[in-house]
Design a protein around this ligand. Structure first.
Ligand code: HEC
Ligand code: HEC
Length: 346
């Protein structure tokens, strides 16, 4: 009896521990978190990774901006910030047996991962040096700043050795690896949604069934490597999303019409208009939607996936026919949206 009471109390305490598992982070993950949240990585020290990928908004833009504002306070990027969570299993960009591109990072796969054998780490080196994002002049300046921060440099040398700052390029790689390890940690990629807990209501269960019939060719629910579904196959598709006129004529915005996506990076017209299939975990928190943020609400986005008639695609080539004419009625679209809402981490 007493034993039961003790274990019940322990169980209750575990439940109350809530979503933040900070205590469980390894030194490398803690270092990554410090860097991820540090504004030292931006030239005017106005922003960190967490500004555009924040816990409060499913690790997407804290202000739910269509395109994120850069460190200079004027420039914006040309694409909507996706979540930085659940990206850690994306393989190095490669062609599969069917001749389709799989893996890499960013909407167009340009952080391919081939240099560091880790797309997520390679991605982390992009924003600090990007003029419309964190706007740092060079790698040396980034490492100098990090080395001068006592808390970060203490952990950095504890993890990577006393001479960790000597070779700047090596230090920059390790900095990126630490950030990636934090993004892969249980604090960021939590798998703690009601979907994971298996506690869906009747409407969400109807939505789940419709989702598996209509959406999983792209937003895969396969348990890759025995883990939980990530709702992406890491492939690239032209879903036919229209251009975003709100961005087209903004002189401070890096958006250039048409955005060719993977085709622009690879330089092969057969890939024009294709964008990475995004994970849908925490999607209820990450509005607006699609690579250019054209869709404001989840309902609008899912309605488009269901029926894209009346929309002019940004790129007309290579349109996928597996999406855009699914034949769901309005109630069924609502059910799918309800299901997507169950993918929010607790
Ligand atoms: C000013 C806003 C901004 C900042 C700061 C920023 N990002 Fe991003 N991030 C974006 C945008 C926008 C994209 C999509 C760009 C693209 O695909 O071309 C992106 C893409 C990503 C992706 C790719 C996700 C995927 O599924 O392909 C990851 C991961 C990521 N960022 C992590 C980070 C990290 C780590 C940092 C800090 C070192 C950071 N970001 C800083 C806006 C930002
Ligand atoms: C043929 C592949 C394919 C199918 C089928 C598909 N999607 Fe997608 N989905 C994509 C691609 C690619 C994008 C990104 C498109 C872009 O930004 O240009 C996307 C984007 C989304 C987004 C926006 C996510 C974000 O973070 O911006 C949602 C939500 C979504 N899909 C839900 C669904 C639902 C629900 C279904 C089934 C009713 C579905 N999709 C079917 C490929 C597909």
């Amino acid at each position: 009896m007493k034993k039961n009471l003790v274990s019940a109390t322990v169980f209750f305490l575990i439940l109350c521990a809530g979503p933040v598992f900070a205590a469980n982070l390894t030194d490398t993950e803690r270092l990554g978190k410090l860097v991820y949240e540090s504004k030292l990585l931006s030239w005017n020290q106005t922003q960190s990774c967490a500004t555009c990928h924040n816990n409060a908004t499913g690790f997407a833009d804290l202000n739910n901006a269509t395109v994120s504002l850069g460190d200079d306070g004027v420039s914006t990027g040309g694409r909507n910030a996706p979540t930085s969570a659940y990206c850690g299993l994306s393989p190095v960009l490669h062609l599969d047996k069917a001749g389709e591109y799989v893996g890499g990072m960013f909407w167009d796969g340009r952080a391919s991962g081939s240099r560091m054998h880790d797309p997520l780490a390679e991605q982390a080196q992009g924003p600090p040096l990007n003029p419309v994002e964190m706007n740092m002049p060079d790698v040396q300046t980034i490492i100098d700043r990090i080395a001068r921060d006592s808390e970060i440099s203490f952990l950095f040398t504890a993890v990577y050795g006393a001479d960790a700052f000597t070779d700047v390029n090596n230090a920059f790689d390790n900095l990126a690896r630490a950030v990636a390890s934090y993004e892969r940690s249980t604090e960021v990629s939590r798998f703690s949604s009601r979907f994971d807990a298996g506690s869906l209501n009747a409407q969400e269960l109807r939505g789940k069934k419709l989702f598996s019939q209509n959406c999983t060719v792209c937003h895969s629910m396969a348990r890759l490597g025995g883990g939980f579904p990530l709702f992406t196959s890491y492939k690239y598709v032209n879903a036919g999303v229209p251009k975003n006129p709100a961005l087209e004529y903004d002189p401070n915005c890096a958006y250039r019409y048409p955005d060719l996506g993977l085709g622009g990076f690879i330089g092969d017209p057969a890939q024009n208009g294709k964008f990475k299939i995004p994970t849908l975990r925490n999607v209820a928190l990450t509005a607006p939607y699609s690579h250019n943020g054209y869709f404001t609400t989840l309902k609008e986005m899912v309605s488009f996936m269901n029926n894209r008639s009346g929309f002019t695609p940004e790129v007309a080539d290579n349109l996928s026919t597996a999406v855009g004419n699914l034949g769901l009625n309005d109630n069924q679209v609502e059910d799918v949206v309800a299901f997507l809402n169950s993918l929010t981490d607790m």
